[in-house]
Design a binder for this molecule. Structure first.
Ligand code: 48F
Length: 262
């Protein structure tokens, strides 16, 4: 068969536009494709919701690839191991209730299972603003990451969603946009963004789950973004809290969408 480059171009452009047009109005938009965002996307998609995940970078995985300081192993505690089991990621007991997994295998398997479950990933796209109606978030303003990186003056596009999840990790980018646009209105004790505290693995892992909640009408926080928003400490390369937080945010939103099979 003689290959025609024009058909290759046409295939890519047409298929991409079809996917994008189908995703202009979804149930849930997740911003950030680290472990918390991917796990949230996996469960919500598995339970039948239409979910888009926007990831600024080329690849999903966030801070998971590099394990701890580029030693590519992660640690999870007993409570979180069942989530890795569910994804089919092998774990090895190190001692007591500490388990290890290969960070590359973990990242690629989570991403693979989530996309196969129906999660639609938009890589190389960044959230730059939110759409609000009557002080409720009703969608995202998005742009190509390359536009932002090159600081080009190019207007963004917007998409609609019933719920939005800030899974942007330490940066808490969606929450910070809301804080700037409507100061003092976050559903934190002070009404403001509290900011991440110093490393304390045990406390941080508990708080990550507690802090996984709705932080503004229509906007939920998960993963490290949940802790930073509510003033919790960071936890370092233990990833159980991220996985459990991703599952919890999926359960909360699933219930809001009227689901009962979580
Ligand atoms: O940082 P990240 O992995 O967040 P997470 O899921 O997990 C945190 C852990 O990796 C680690 C930790 C716990 O062990 O402390 O840091 O909470 O992933 C966040 C992702 O969000 C993307 C960013 O590129 C990264 O892949 N991101 C950040 N801002 C934006 C964004 C944005 N405005 N638009 C799109 N993606």
């Amino acid at each position: 068969m003689a290959l025609d480059e024009r058909i290759i171009t046409q295939a890519i452009v047409e298929r991409w536009h079809k996917k994008f047009q189908e995703s202009l109005d979804v149930d849930v938009c997740i911003v950030g494709g680290g472990p918390a965002g991917i796990v949230a996307g996996y469960f919500l998609s598995t339970w039948g919701h239409r979910v888009s995940l926007f990831e600024r970078k080329l690849s999903l995985g966030g801070g998971m690839w590099g394990g701890g300081m580029m030693f590519n192993e992660i640690v999870v505690q007993e409570e979180a191991r069942e989530i890795l089991d569910q994804f089919g990621v092998p774990t090895v007991r190190f001692t007591g209730e500490y388990y290890c997994a290969d960070s590359v295998m973990c990242t690629t398997t989570l991403a693979s299972k989530a996309t196969l479950a129906g999660l639609r990933v938009w890589n190389l796209m960044s959230m730059e603003d939110v759409v609000m109606r009557s002080e409720r978030i009703t969608g995202l303003v998005i742009n190509w990451s390359a536009v932002q990186i090159a600081r080009l003056h190019v207007d963004p596009l917007s998409i609609a969603s019933k719920f939005t999840v800030d899974a942007t990790g330490h940066a808490c980018e969606v929450v910070n946009v809301v804080e700037r646009k409507v100061p003092g209105k976050l559903l934190t004790p002070s009404g403001k963004f509290e900011g991440e505290k110093s490393l304390w693995a045990d406390r941080a892992e508990q708080l990550t789950l507690e802090n996984t909640t709705e932080v503004f009408p229509g906007l939920y926080v998960t993963g490290m973004a949940a802790n930073a928003t509510f003033g919790g400490p960071r936890m370092g390369p233990i990833f159980g809290g991220m996985l459990m937080s991703g599952k919890k945010v999926a359960e909360l939103i699933h219930a809001r969408l009227g689901g009962s099979n979580a």
